[in-house]
Design a protein around this ligand. Structure first.
Ligand SMILES: N[C@@H](CCSC[C@H]1O[C@@H](n2cnc3c(=O)[nH]cnc32)[C@H](O)[C@@H]1O)C(=O)O
Ligand SMILES: [Zn+2]
Length: 431
């Protein structure tokens, strides 16, 4: 299908000239082929009128746990370790593969409605997440979350599970699926097990997705156990020798951020989850100023409790100003870069996605700005960081395919998914 998005404002997120007024975007198959004046020589099957709309790169949620939508609003107002150990992990042990399939579908629907076209997921029963990704038409990095257990055979099984996931799904679904290795955290995986994980990531020539330095308690316990911070510990055992997506990085020292920079680690900032679980505030402004590639995420829908990346952008661009008493901290464009091109770099996908440029994949979100809260149309970059709501997302194109148009999702029965998840979640809590 060849598409033309006509007469649209374009926030390309290209380094030079990130914003263009009233331009035209041509898409041939899954690729953006031309941006500029109307070109009658290019064959077009469908025209999308972009008048009074902005086209932006699809948002990239670089850290989440999609299957947890079944546990949304189930356990709140508790700190992380109680939340995990007393509430979440006991119920998760009862989740079935079908539960994860339907829960992931619901999360993908929510992401599309709010302009997210790529996610990085860490969960289990990941074949189900892969199937849902393929069906919905979204793009994702899938990592089988791995928490080490006392049984060595089970631990080997989890690594085999990851290798099988990679061999079955990496680059599948028209190239919309990638697989990375997902050790849960340095406090749930021993050093020797993490070394096995690193070997597996090197064997598969892929990245690692891991929670790092989320809470003060985690860091204190790392010093007690290893005599060093989680960041230093992970560096010393070789985890950062592999491209690493490091979720959180909240309690990181100056020495830690030097390591993150030196090892080209991509921290993922999850501001709402960090606030809600009372984890704290990551030193994002400091990391950005050091040139560290900071991406943005929601964490799971049970510790946020939504997957709305516009909220995370808004939070990222405002809270760090207050934290540092610096109105210049994390300006609008930086926050938008975190949610687009930085996320693409973190997921090793920036040659194909993260900005709207000729030759890149057509992952494009069209936002309706003909609404009171967008007037007057002064600075559209500010508008996207400080004004836009998820409900302003009108049309979502992923890999050149229209997945949602006029807020109607075309690839999945939304009502059926919502009511199936409701039934499953109620059953899960009772069993
Ligand atoms: N327990 C499974 C896989 C774990 S997947 C990822 C895990 O991360 C957990 N999780 C969700 N949010 C957070 C967070 O903010 N910090 C740490 N873990 C989290 C989530 O509940 C889930 O148990 C196994 O090893 O087979
Ligand atoms: Zn997480």
């Amino acid at each position: 299908m060849n598409l033309l998005i006509k007469n649209v404002a374009l926030l390309s997120m290209k380094e030079e000239q990130p914003l263009m007024e009233n331009t035209n975007i041509y898409i041939e198959g899954d690729t953006i082929t031309y941006i500029g004046e109307i070109n009658p020589d290019i064959k077009v099957d469908r025209v999308i009128d972009g008048t009074k709309k902005i086209a932006t790169p699809g948002l990239i949620n670089a850290h989440t746990h999609l299957g947890m939508s079944l546990l949304r609003n189930y356990a709140d107002d508790v700190p992380l370790f109680d939340w995990l150990s007393k509430h979440i992990w006991p119920v998760e042990s009862k989740l079935s593969a079908e539960d994860v399939y339907w829960g992931s579908l619901l999360s993908m629907i929510e992401m599309i409605y709010s302009g997210t076209t790529t996610f990085c997921d860490m969960y289990f029963f990941m074949d189900e997440v892969a199937k849902a990704t393929e069906e919905v038409g979204i793009r994702g990095v899938l990592t089988r979350g791995i928490i080490e257990e006392s049984d060595a055979e089970i631990n080997k099984e989890k690594l085999r599970d990851t290798r099988k996931l990679y061999n079955t799904w990496h680059n599948k679904a028209d190239g919309r699926i990638k697989v990375m290795v997902g050790p849960h955290a340095p406090y749930t995986c021993s050093s020797s097990y993490l070394k096995e994980v690193v070997e597996l990531a090197k064997e598969l020539n892929t990245g690692i997705h891991i929670h790092v330095s989320e809470t003060k308690k985690e860091v204190e316990e790392s010093f007690q156990k290893h005599g060093k911070s989680p960041v230093k510990h992970l560096k010393d055992i070789g985890v950062f020798d592999v491209p690493t997506v490091a979720a959180h990085c909240v309690h990181v020292s100056d020495e830690d951020t030097e390591i993150l920079k030196e090892m080209k680690v991509s921290p993922v900032y999850n501001p709402t989850s960090n606030a809600k679980l009372a984890s704290g505030f990551a030193p994002v402004d400091q990391m950005l100023k050091k040139g560290i590639n900071v991406a943005l995420g929601t964490d799971g829908p049970a510790s946020n409790n939504n997957l709305n990346m516009f909220e995370e952008i808004h939070f990222a661009a405002t809270i760090n100003k207050a934290l540092n008493y610096d109105a210049l901290a994390v300006p609008a464009l930086e926050a938008l870069k975190m949610a687009t091109i930085n996320g693409a770099k973190a997921l090793l996908w920036d040659k194909e996605i993260g900005s709207i440029e000729v030759g890149k994949k057509a992952d494009i979100v069209i936002i309706d700005i003909d609404k009171p809260h967008f007037y007057p149309h002064h600075n559209l970059i500010s508008a996207l960081a400080y004004t836009a709501q998820a409900s302003d997302v009108d049309t979502v194109i992923i890999n050149g395919k229209i997945i949602m148009e006029n807020r109607e999702i075309k690839t999945v029965d939304v009502e059926k998914v919502m009511y199936n998840v409701e039934k499953r979640a109620k059953n899960l809590i009772q069993r």
